[in-house]
Design a protein around this ligand. Sequence first.
Ligand SMILES: NC(=O)c1ccc[n+]([C@@H]2O[C@H](COP(=O)([O-])OP(=O)(O)OC[C@H]3O[C@@H](n4cnc5c(N)ncnc54)[C@H](O)[C@@H]3O)[C@@H](O)[C@H]2O)c1
Length: 416
Amino acid sequence: MPNEFKTVCVVGLGYIGLPTAATLASAGFAVKGTDISEHIVEELNEGRAHFSEPDLDMLVRGAVSSERLKAYTEPQPADAFIITVPTPIRDDKSPDMSFVEAAARSVAPVLEAGNLIILESTSPLGATDGVAAIVREARPDLVEGETLKVAIAYCPERILPGQMVRELVQNDRIVGGLTPADAERARDLYESFVRGEIHMTDAKTAELVKLIENAYRDVNIAFANEVANVGEAHGLNPWEAIELANRHPRVNILNPGPGVGGHCIAVDPWFLISDNNDLTGLMAEARRVNDGRPKSVIEKIRAAAKKAGTKKIACLGLAFKPNVDDLRESPAIDIAVGLAQEGFEIYAVEPHVNALPERLWRHDNIRLAGFDEALAKSDIVALLVGHKAFLKRKGDVEGRTVIDAVGLWRESPHVA
Ligand SMILES: NC(=O)c1ccc[n+]([C@@H]2O[C@H](COP(=O)([O-])OP(=O)(O)OC[C@H]3O[C@@H](n4cnc5c(N)ncnc54)[C@H](O)[C@@H]3O)[C@@H](O)[C@H]2O)c1
């Protein structure tokens, strides 16, 4: 239930901001969602979510029809502001903080003494200080000596696409204040709608927590992928070796795959690496190993195609991970594009989408196909994403040349 905060302005209504805004509204806050995209604002004011996520449509419809959630193209006065805008990396892998800076600048004019600003965007160390510096510069009337009359905190988001609505409420949260009092105010806000535990710290530690969570995942996946590189070079089945190694009571190696995609694990480690080059050799090497996997899958497909004397490949899966429709930064797409550029004919099977993403349109040798059509038209089957839908189709590819890059159809004949 709302406490000292009655109104919350959520800045950036994407994958994170929209479920956050709708959840806050359903917890009783008056929520003003803002986004620079007019399309998103219009859709939301008509009661629709602009992307698909279980239970989100219902939550948004309820929030909008109860008039607790309304969308705008510019920040509106509120008790608390939550910034959930993108933080991509540039071509040179340095963090692009321009969206966060623009969001902070857009919030500054409507701030009042006593407000709270929370940065949720995944950010490099010091980003929350950066938000404070923008507010200080834009609103000298809110500065008294060293004191800023607005509380500022960092609170990273860790929700999993596919389970966002549930995890927004259930997950533990880390709140890092610029001052201990700022952390307490941020805690008060989250406490009113989060059922998980809330852990308070300083802002920079909270920034580090988010980055090391994803760097940890990346390094562990890289280890599995390196095991796969070694196993495959020796003609061994890496999944079998890993399955056997994991019988050790203190070993738990992850599954190798065709690379790491998405907008988090493949991106966030760079926020640490680019500012701490001398200290992050392991993380940088993990990035290199994981980024190299699509190329080794292409090599395997190319070799199999040469042996079979064919150019027709069924690529099963385009998403960046199993059972989602998210194709951003997907290694499966890198593989399909790499093969297409070499002149292969690709029949791409992606049960979670109805159309190919725009970046594939210029490759007229990549076509979206159903499973049966792709199988009928291709000589080689490359399994690139471990979608549940593919699990039961194992029997249908028997007798064909199969490159299983995710181990979904693996057989470990020596594992009892
Ligand atoms: N998607 C995830 O699963 C996930 C998980 C954890 C953390 N994060 C982090 O959360 C942040 C947001 O990610 P996302 O996936 O929601 O991004 P997104 O691209 O889906 O949404 C961001 C939204 O912000 C809007 N925007 C950009 N600049 C703006 C501005 N100045 N003012 C108002 N709106 C603006 C964009 O139009 C867009 O709708 C990123 O830092 C991301 O790394 C994402």
